[in-house]
Design a protein around this ligand. Sequence first.
Ligand code: ADE
Length: 228
Amino acid sequence: MLIDILTIFPGMFGGPFNEGIVKRAQEKDLVSIQIHNIRDYTQDRHHQVDDYPFGGGAGMVFKPEPISRALKAIRPPEALGRVIHLTPQGEPLDQLKANELSLEETLVFICGHYKGIDERIREKYVTDEISIGDYVISGGELAAMVVIDAAVRLIPGVLGDSQSALDDSFQDGLLDCPWYTRPRIFEGIKVPEILFSGDHQKIHQWRMAQGLERTRKRRQDLLRDSVH
Ligand code: ADE
């Protein structure tokens, strides 16, 4: 998968993309990530990326030309594929969307700030608008990292067998069950006896029931839309 990111803060991506799963995916050549500084595509003396909104109001709007130039520098517009704008106005990210994105060969992310990007960029280039939740963060960068992490870990070969994504929370529409490791007793709390039974079918049933119970208690909304 080829991932291109348009941002005014390229330095923000260093930490998350140079550790853990996303780093390993790049090392295995399963993913290639290119970060483009929108400011490099300005042509004025002050390298201005944003401007006041027409009609007035607080906040600034990303100018369309630098973003359009940056997009054209990646690939010709007809070959851009999915162009994702991160915004609280977008479609909420969920596991289904992460699965869908993980199947793409290319993804382009536009990280906005302030009031967002000029509407004409959305009209002409953006294919998807994604929100990571009903709250506002300072810019699209952290949201892009969340979306990219959620999609990249689902690309076949990125996770080892021992970390299979098939067992993830939400992969079956439910929350995950509790997990335990050694020691058997920690600060007076015992690991449930069934996990030592060696009966894999029973253990599987117990885990499913625990996941279902947690979902009932914490996320009734997930049950309403599912077959459980
Ligand atoms: N930018 C600011 N807040 C956001 C959110 N919740 N999701 C995606 N992008 C954002």
